[in-house]
Write a protein that binds this ligand. Structure first.
Ligand SMILES: [Mn+2]
Length: 317
């Protein structure tokens, strides 16, 4: 399978690398590493409306500054590769049309819920991150891990493991991180780019959401609501919500943390759990993700969505 992927890349003349909506360090890191390997014939597509929405902390990733918006894509690709994209629903509108209309498609991912919607599917649910999956492909094919590639893959692994804290962190993850560090990258600098580079409004916005969190079921459930009004007040972009759910989960005795966000297409929900299986909640709403981190969109007004979620969550307690 690794060989087929590399051969498919080699014989293609134009390659599009697609990251998931609301891009994070793993999808962008994996895309950046893949672009470094493939070279100029590859473009990265980020699914954001305009460049001001780009998560600034990830601008240090190689080739990410030349990533394209959907409006800038010419659609002359003979190979499309989706990285860290759990389902085709995470590729929106015309980007999905490009994916569906391209003859050769590859999915590189680590979400257990990924059913494999590409022509070639390289999905390793037991690995920490898409970056770890890509590292495995590179290693099996004896592809040199340059400093540039190592920087990008390290970012993906670091952010998806919550700095090597989550249970997806395995001995293998540490071994790979060590191999990446061997290339001479400065890991503390990468951590600073990812975690010590936040806009002022992001911290104020997150503080507001934490202060306004509500507790339920004897402090086993916690949630906070992101209304359109609050988004407007803090001029919040998608990256502003990253990490809030983890903060809420970190509270003593909490089993389930929800963050609900009001959007035009319904209520977007992030769920983090300690031991319970979060996908048992998101499955009910056609969402997906991992055991301790999952998400879904509920086509209801935010307070109605909250009621449904709490009922569902209580069945797990
Ligand atoms: Mn990921």
């Amino acid at each position: 399978m690794e060989r087929e992927i590399i051969n498919s890349i080699k014989k293609s003349s134009r390659v599009l690398i697609i990251t998931h909506v609301n891009p994070d360090g793993d999808t962008l890191g994996t895309a950046s590493a893949l672009r470094s390997y493939i070279g100029k014939k590859a473009d990265i597509l980020v699914q954001i409306k305009n460049k001001t929405q780009f998560p600034k902390m990830y601008e240090f990733l190689p080739h990410i500054n030349s990533a394209l918006l959907l409006s800038e894509v010419k659609n002359d690709y003979d190979l499309v590769i989706a990285v860290d994209v759990a389902s085709i629903d995470r590729i929106i509108e015309n980007a999905r049309k490009i994916f569906e209309n391209t003859k050769n498609t590859i999915v590189i991912d680590h979400h257990k819920t990924n059913k494999g919607y590409g022509k070639l599917n390289y999905i390793k649910g037991e690995l920490s991150s898409a970056s770890e999956v890509l590292y495995e492909i590179f290693k099996k094919e004896n592809i040199k891990i340059t400093k540039e590639i190592a920087t990008a893959l390290y970012c993906g692994i670091l952010t998806d493991t919550g700095c090597f804290k989550y249970e997806n962190t395995t001995p293998q993850t540490f071994k790979i991180a060590s191999k990446l560090a061997d290339t001479g990258i400065i890991t503390s600098e990468i951590a600073d780019f990812c975690y010590s580079n936040k806009p002022k409004n992001l911290i104020l916005f997150q503080n507001y959401l934490v202060s306004n969190a509500k507790f339920h079921s004897n402090d086993k459930i916690v949630y906070t609501l992101i209304t359109k009004e609050i988004i407007k007040k803090y001029n919040a972009t998608d990256e502003f919500t990253e990490g809030i759910c983890e903060t809420l989960r970190s509270i003593e005795d909490i089993e389930i943390a929800f963050v609900l966000k009001e959007t035009d297409s319904g209520t977007k929900v992030s769920i983090r759990t300690k031991d319970l299986d979060a996908t048992k909640i998101t499955d009910k709403f056609k969402g997906g993700g991992h055991k301790r981190a999952a998400g879904c969109t509920i086509k209801l007004e935010i307070n109605e969505a909250l009621k449904k979620l709490i009922i569902q969550a209580q069945t797990l307690l």
